[in-house]
Design a protein around this ligand. Structure first.
Ligand SMILES: O=C(O)CCC(=O)C(=O)O
Length: 252
């Protein structure tokens, strides 16, 4: 399988709004995570189907998920992009079972997140193989320097109601980020990204980790699901304490 990009650098991240993918887990480690994911949603990896399981914030309640979210290779990469003080604030599984017809529309994450300033690096992690036909992540390099208006798309096959109108995206510049199990790619809060439906018989099992730095305040009165925002300082120190009332702790 080919990957769209193979380097990791701060220069690329600054210029293009993304960098990677890099290998984080071995194939065996990724397979173990794959099996844990299906066990947690009450399915067999051999019979993947739709789920109604809650797919967010596993880092706050499952020790293995927390350890995955703070894997030293991820933290080292985040340190290279964000500096020495790191706050883990979200984890979300992006699962598309075979035949899942929903697309993730083109969007900029910062549009949905009340935080000040808007500053985030996502590590998007392939747990199983991700490729065009199973709806791999798509990124438009160089789109992270401005914010664009998101609109109600009126698309019943869209995972989110609001996104970037199709005409505002130069699809000819989009990368299909095909990835091997255990790889992670990094992008920021303004980089255009999305994905197409899974038309294959291979489940797309992936998750995102969200990282920021301690001076960033979460405006929890503006989040519809503020209960899941429990930032955890995972490296360095917090001189700002702007989120003191909502800080979380690693699960036992
Ligand atoms: O997994 C996808 O297709 C989209 C992921 C995404 O929107 C994100 O991680 O912010």
């Amino acid at each position: 399988m080919t990957t769209a990009v193979e380097k990791f650098s701060l220069e690329q991240f600054k210029a293009e709004g993304y960098t990677g993918p890099i290998p984080v887990l071995s194939a065996e480690e990724a397979r173990a995570v794959y099996e844990r994911f299906f066990a947690e949603i009450g399915q067999s990896p051999d019979a993947p189907g739709p789920t109604k399981a809650y797919l967010s914030a596993w880092q706050l309640r499952l020790r293995w998920a927390y350890e995955l979210a703070t894997h030293p290779r991820v933290l080292d990469a985040m340190e290279g992009l964000l500096g020495p003080d790191l706050v883990l604030w979200a984890m979300h599984w992006w699962y598309k079972e075979p035949g899942n017809g929903k697309r993730i529309p083109w969007h900029q994450d910062g549009h949905y997140w009340p935080m000040a300033p808007k500053k985030n690096v996502t590590a998007w992690f392939a747990v199983g193989p991700t490729f065009k036909a199973n709806g791999c992540l798509r990124i438009v390099p160089g789109t992270h320097k401005t914010t664009v208006k998101h609109e109600n798309l009126g698309d019943k096959n869209s995972h989110f109601a609001e996104g970037i109108p199709v005409g505002a995206v130069d699809e000819s510049k989009a990368l299909d980020v095909e990835m091997n199990p255990g790889e992670a790619v990094f992008f920021n809060e303004a980089t255009f990204h999305g994905s197409e439906p899974n038309t294959s018989d291979v489940p797309r099992v992936a998750f995102s980790l969200r990282y920021t730095t301690p001076e960033v305040k979460f405006l929890t009165d503006q989040w519809s699901d503020a209960g899941r925002i429990r930032p955890i300082l995972v490296r360095g120190s917090d001189r700002f304490k702007v989120n003191a009332e909502i800080m979380g702790a690693p699960p036992a």
